[in-house]
Write a protein that binds this ligand. Sequence first.
Ligand code: DHE
Length: 653
Amino acid sequence: MRLQTVRRIHLVLFVAAVALVLAGCSSSTEPTTSTTATPSTTTEAPATTTGGDLVATGMEVFDAKCAACHTIGGGPLVGPDLAGVTKEFDAEWLTNWIADPKAWSETDDQAKEIYTGKMPALGLSSDEIAAVIEYLKSTEDVGGGEATGPRELSEVEFAAATEIFFNRCAGCHGTLRAGATGPNIQPERTLEIGTEGIKTILTNGLPGGMPAWGKEGILTPEEIELMANFVQLPPPTPPSLDLDKIKESWTLAVAPEDRPTEPETSRNWENFVGVILRDAGQVAIIDGDTKEKVAVLDTGFAVHILRSSATGRYFIAVGRDGRVTMIDLWTETPQIVAQVQGCFDARSVESSKFEGFEDKFIIEGCYWPPQYVVYDGLTLEPLVVHDVLTPDINGKELEEVRVAAIVASHNDPTWVMGLKESGYVGVVDYSQPGFPMVKKIETELFLHDGGWDATGRYFFIAANAKNTMVVIDMQTKELVAKIETGKIPHPGRGANWVDPEFGPVFATTHIGEGKLTLIGADPENHPEYAWTVVREVEIPGSGSLFLKTHPNSEWVWMDTPLSNVEEETRQVCVYSKEKMALEKCMQVADHGRVVHFEYNEAGDEVWVSVWDKDGELIIFDDKTLTEKDRITGDWLITPTGKFNVHNTANDIY
Ligand code: DHE
């Protein structure tokens, strides 16, 4: 069940299934009473049939053509929130409006009143327009009507709802619900939507990312009722976590002096692959040479990522519960040597990598509380906590600032981090006493994931809800560029290679559309292409999570687990660097979703996860693009991210 928990943002498009349910509310073909006079020159509202297919089509069209500017119940974007719009305007009026708002505003008084010049004619066919209207009708319960306020919740109910919110909602809407990847859902907004409207949204999802918690069977009707009430009440004040409390959580299982001074294992530990077993709360260590399982270790709730210490000897795991776990790979069997909890909610961890500081320090970035914590690099002893709460780059006061991606520079003793809600990139100098944030660089709101360019000088990070990639020069510690790339860029740590025409590039895929985007990344030798989109490649499916390449490879691998077509969620796509085109996509699993790539140390094998409770790891020969091996076993529960020691320690991607 937890598998589905994490899909919340990424299940953008189990649209068809969601839409079929919505179809239940869309049985009327009769236009409702118009609030306007019908002019003589109109586009006729097509008298089409209704049903699941039409609503499903409408939802797809809405997602592709309308969702960039409109939500249904999620608040206004560029255009107004369309909740309840079919109660206000009849089908014929809407048909004319969608077909050509400008032309319609020249004919119809009400259209004239609301037309601002922003909405273009979308070029939809009359069937597509009919489908969109049918879909909008199916969401009539979402706002637009009379909203009923929340009922009182008992203490037990409130506590249960708080936990559900943390597990399912906070990642996108924020702990205090002010929004980031998902919209603001604080009471002033949710009270407008009302209990029934929220229940509809929670049950059926919305285009643009809100999963269908009810229809997917993740939340029961009782839980949906509870959450619909809970989100209309003020959010509880989340607790703080100071250095003393963090120290209380610290356990040192094996002190550094009791650890081996050289590798006890005869295995090639630098080619170990750490695999997140997300729902089991475990990390598996697999021998990359022999493909044998070497260890499965309990690391805690919903482990998110692994990073390697600079020498590669230690893996450091971070879970959504903020727990950091240090794993020693030199012992006969890898073992946990220390653990600590510096946050209640976290996604990022990194080690110190600059010469002279190898394996000295570790930093954890918190989603809640808004802080970063620095630990001793061998023991995880908590050393310092720093608050990151500030107003955003526009001066707006904030209550929540989440630390997103953190990477360690190889060129100086710094960590660089994305401060999500505030739009700053923070630079922490770990050579200075107290590990201060020495610089805050103004960039763009909603910073999320990112990585280095091939030289390690430039840091790329996605301002995902702004459809933008931000580039920082870590030599000058200045913002270099903001580049619009597409709908919700999601580079992971990104991919670097040399394009035959444009020179060195950094690439990202997108959550919101099937597109690989290449950005010129060589201001020295190819200044004319630097920091511009030099190539866009369509990839099948409506969204991707991860891409990966290796300097020894001629390919770039991409997953599409977010597609609305089930087969596509189980495919991998390969781009040819040499041909500068998509080589092929192949369906590689018959269950689960296929997600995230990692190369072996040599860069001639690619590993991909089948994200399912019956999980698998598929290993491809990177020369022939054929399957070489498949690791299965009942211990492989929901494998997600994979991290090769050598590649992770050296930032090879
Ligand atoms: Fe992640 C990286 C945040 C959902 C798997 N994820 C990251 C990073 C951040 C982040 C900030 C960068 C860390 C760094 O480099 O320091 N992820 C979030 C979320 O806020 C989000 C959207 C929702 C949530 O509530 O967590 C989210 N992430 C997911 C998933 O659902 C995934 C697919 C499975 C899971 O583990 O829950 C997932 N995220 C990953 C992976 C990476 C990652 C595998 C590292 C990629 C890499 O190659 O480095």
